[in-house]
Ligand binder design. Structure first.
Ligand code: ATP
Length: 357
């Protein structure tokens, strides 16, 4: 497995035009050996372009890529020693499941014993043991995708396994189990896994590092906890988490306070040097609690709706004509019409021009 450095990478599919459009704006980052990464963002934001630059399917317009400090920018995919799994199955229909799984090893002259051992291990992991002698064409769509996944995982010596929405055709229950399996494989074999998805749950439950993208821009890279607790931009606050982060148009009124309408909210952010007084206040619904009485950093809200999710209640209320959502402990009594909500200063995020201060 390899450490992968992406240095000042950018890409335009029409770089020869007088006004090229950039699918990827310049960014640099390092993917550590043996970690699990998710590239997350809405459709068209540049996820596949980024992955294809790493695999060598796309040559970046600018910048270079290093695998273990060796420049591979000009190397073709087949010389990069990576495995790829795509959204839809890529298998040989004329071969058996065994032959499909063995193919990447056969091409590299592995011994028959080693091939048997690896194919068996991957087939066990993916529950394909009983199909090994079946022709691949006879399998269902999601079983075929398991073969694709197996071909990606069968070699232990690859620099990284790159997966582009690999579980799209898999049914939800199996999807959940496979994500867990991929995590186990990574933990056991220290395989560097890179996983493209537009599904935040998939990214949050799979990766220890998530790269969030929007419109060709890497907007934040960090652990699920960092993205959840300190979103760098309002986009990340909105895109990550369910419900999305509560965001209020607000104004700075002191070195650490902002307002929501007529209500003062204390934050732990130093606002003394911020020139633009128009900001947004962000607070996750998970960090808001019911307060017994009005006091410092409480807001009185009118309740619109209470939904019981079993492990918590989702309270949708109105604060100064704006909706505020809070996740409340299901055992907490909630009065019918109005309630005081406590907004902890240390959990407040303040944004200027959509960026975290
Ligand atoms: P999706 O989730 O829909 O697959 P994505 O986040 O992977 O999207 P990309 O496929 O990387 O995004 O596309 C980024 C941008 O580049 C989009 O505007 C897309 O239309 C454009 N694009 C992608 N491939 C090409 C290509 N071969 N030629 C021209 N433009 C392209």
């Amino acid at each position: 497995m390899s450490k992968i450095d992406l240095n000042n990478i950018s890409h335009s599919y029409n770089s020869n035009d007088p006004n090229p459009i950039y699918a990827l704006n310049p960014f640099s980052m390092t993917w550590q050996d043996g970690k699990r990464y998710a590239i997350l963002g809405p459709s068209g934001c540049g996820k596949t372009t980024m992955l294809n630059i790493v695999s060598g399917l796309v040559r970046p317009t600018a910048g270079n890529i290093l695998f273990d400090d060796k420049d591979v920018t000009d190397l073709k995919t087949e010389s990069r020693n990576i495995a790829q799994v795509f959204q839809f199955p890529v298998i040989y229909n004329t071969m058996t499941v065994y032959e499909n799984l063995a193919f990447p090893l056969k091409c590299r002259d592995f011994s028959q014993n080693k091939i048997d051992e690896r194919v068996k291990s991957v087939a066990d992991t993916l529950n394909l043991q009983s199909f090994l002698n079946s022709p691949a064409r006879k399998l269902t769509a999601d079983q075929k995708q398991l073969i694709s996944l197996g071909r990606g995982l069968v070699r232990e010596d690859v620099a990284a396994v790159l997966m582009d929405e690999p579980l799209t055709v898999i049914d939800p229950d199996l999807k959940f189990r496979l994500r867990r399996k991929l995590k186990e494989i990574n933990e056991e074999f220290k395989t560097t896994l890179v996983y493209v998805t537009h599904d935040q749950n998939e990214a949050m439950t799979f990766a220890d590092n998530i790269i969030v993208m929007s419109e060709g821009e890497v907007v934040q890279a960090g652990s699920p906890k960092e993205l959840f607790e300190r979103p760098n931009t309002t986009f990340v606050g909105y895109f990550i988490g369910s419900p999305a982060m509560n965001l209020f148009d607000s104004e700075i009124i002191s070195s650490n306070e902002v307002n929501i309408g007529s209500i003062k909210i204390k934050t732990n952010t130093d606002l003394s040097k911020v020139k633009n007084k128009h900001v947004k206040l962000g607070i996750r619904s998970e960090f808001i609690d019911i307060a017994d009485k009005e006091s410092h950093n409480t807001v009185k809200v009118k309740i619109n709706r209470i939904e019981d999710f079993g492990n918590f209640k989702l309270l949708t209320s109105t604060l100064e004509n704006k909706i505020i959502k809070s996740k409340i402990d299901r055992e907490k009594p909630i009065s019918e019409n109005e309630v005081n909500l406590y907004i902890p200063p240390e959990k407040c995020c303040v944004y200027v021009d959509e960026k975290l201060i």
